[in-house]
Structure formats: structure tokens, C-alpha cells
Design a protein. Structure first.
Length: 273
């Protein structure tokens, strides 16, 4: 059963003090969210496929007077997921918050996607999320509750490019996984929600040629591509008591992208009957 919040103090509603936060993926979005949570009193653990990226984040945080723990983890390796989650739970005694940011993309016409690329995208983005949620969910059941935040995408609900079919399919599945786990685990006081970003200016977006960036910007009423900083506030909300009655939700953070991209007809070309 969801715990009733009986405070009106912001400092208590949104408190991360002492919470054990596991951030899966130490890339642009994961690194920013984890760092922000550490700045607000959380004990943060990063996992990443390559330990070097997590070590870089750890070193940068140390320069700011912040600390974090790091583990190497391939989310597609079920045995490794079990072992790493068990090690973290054993060391810290609990896992209060899970933030799943690990993900990959690929670009090709749907009819030309190699089977191995499709499998890899689905394996990382969907199966990896399932494996992590399953193991951390068990820890949360034993401790009496917790918060899980998955990272979906506008691509989970809309076709956002002609070249990202496996990515779109995997993120749509993450959205439904979020709903399924939220309903199934509500009795354990586990809230499961999903943040669905638009295009985010992270290393995953590097490498586009020509006017691609400008064309992406023009699709957003807010007039820019998202930055990792645009997601920290919502992540903190979904990690704290302020969101105790929020579960099973896919929340779009997209600068108005899903609101529509209406045709801009010059006034002189309009005819009003």
C-alpha cells in the first residue's frame, strides 16, 4: 500500500537525504541525474558497461566534493545483473531508488536492419531494463518499498525518425513494462514510473551531419533540444515522498514535441469563411 504523505514541507517532501540510489548507465543523462542526487544527500551508485566512463564521472564528482560508488555491469548479462545487484544490496543494506538510463540506438531503413543490430538494441534497452527491475524489485519487496524510474522516449509513442525502428519498438515496450510492474508491485509499495525524453543533447546525439540539429530544434515549440539538466527535477520528484501516489506513469519531457507540430500557414494565405 502506498504511504500517505503527512507533511507540507518541501524539505521533507523532496528529501533524498541518505537514500541509496542506483543509477544504471553513467552516460550523459545518468551522470547528470546521479550527480544531482548526490548533491542533495543521496548515496549514489553508478553501473556502466565500460568502467572507464563510470570512473570519469566518479573523478569529476570527487573534484566537486561529492562521492559515488561504481560497478561494471553489462545489463544484458542476467547472471552479472544478479551478482551486481546482490553485491550493492549487501554493501548498502537497501536500494531505495533505481534509475534505468542505459540504452543504445541505431540508424537504418527498417527493411535493411541486420538481425544482430535489432537483437542488440532490444537486448540492451528492453531486456536489460527487465533484468535490472526484476532484481532490484526483489530487494525493494524485502525492504518494504522503493522507487523505480525507467527512461523511455517520445519514440516509444511516436515515429520520430524513419531510421530508428528497433529503438522505437524497444522504448514502447519499456513504457508498457513500466505500467505492468507498477500495477503488479503496487502492493509492495514500489512506485514504477517512466520519464520519456525528446531528443537530448548527449553523446548519443553526436555525429549528425548538415542541418540535422536545426531541423530537430525546429520540431520543438520550446525552441531547443533538451539538456540533461531538464530531467533532474522530475527524477528527484519521482524518487521522493512527493510522488508516493504516482505510479505507472509515462511522463514526457519534450519541450512540447508531443503536443503537436502544426502547419504554420501565413496569414495572407488563410481564408476564413
Amino acid at each position: 500500500m502506498s504511504e500517505v504523505v503527512n507533511t507540507s514541507k518541501i524539505s521533507e517532501l523532496f528529501s533524498l537525504e541518505g537514500k541509496v540510489v542506483l543509477v544504471v548507465g553513467a552516460g550523459g543523462l545518468g551522470a547528470y541525474i546521479g550527480r544531482g542526487m548526490a548533491m542533495n544527500g543521496a548515496r549514489v551508485i553508478f553501473t556502466n558497461t565500460t568502467l572507464g566512463k563510470a570512473e570519469k564521472v566518479q573523478a569529476e564528482m570527487k573534484q566537486e566534493g561529492l562521492s559515488c560508488d561504481i560497478y561494471q555491469l553489462d545489463v544484458t548479462d542476467d547472471a552479472q545483473v544478479r551478482a551486481v545487484v546482490a553485491a550493492i544490496a549487501g554493501k548498502y543494506g537497501r536500494i531505495d531508488v533505481l534509475v534505468n538510463t542505459a540504452g543504445i540506438g541505431a540508424h537504418s531503413e527498417p527493411e535493411n536492419y541486420p538481425p544482430e543490430v535489432v537483437r542488440q538494441v532490444v537486448d540492451v534497452n528492453l531486456n536489460g531494463t527487465i533484468f535490472i527491475c526484476r532484481e532490484v524489485g526483489k530487494v525493494m519487496m524485502e525492504q518494504g518499498g522503493g522507487k523505480i524510474i525507467n527512461i523511455g522516449s517520445i519514440a516509444g509513442a511516436y515515429c520520430h525518425t524513419y531510421l530508428s525502428m528497433p529503438y522505437e519498438c524497444s522504448k514502447a515496450a519499456v513504457h508498457q513494462l513500466t505500467r505492468s510492474l507498477a500495477v503488479t508491485w503496487a502492493k509492495y509499495n514500489i512506485d514504477v514510473n517512466c520519464i520519456a525524453p525528446t531528443w537530448v543533447y548527449t553523446p548519443m546525439l553526436e555525429g549528425f551531419q548538415g542541418d540535422t540539429y536545426q531541423r530537430i530544434i525546429e520540431q520543438h515549440p520550446a525552441g531547443r533540444i533538451a539538456e540533461p539538466s531538464d530531467f533532474l527535477g522530475l527524477a528527484i520528484y519521482l524518487s521522493t515522498s512527493a510522488s508516493n501516489y504516482v505510479t505507472g506513469q509515462v511522463i514526457y519531457v519534450d519541450g512540447g514535441w508531443t503536443g503537436g507540430r502544426p502547419l504554420d500557414i501565413p496569414m495572407e494565405q488563410r481564408h476564413v469563411r
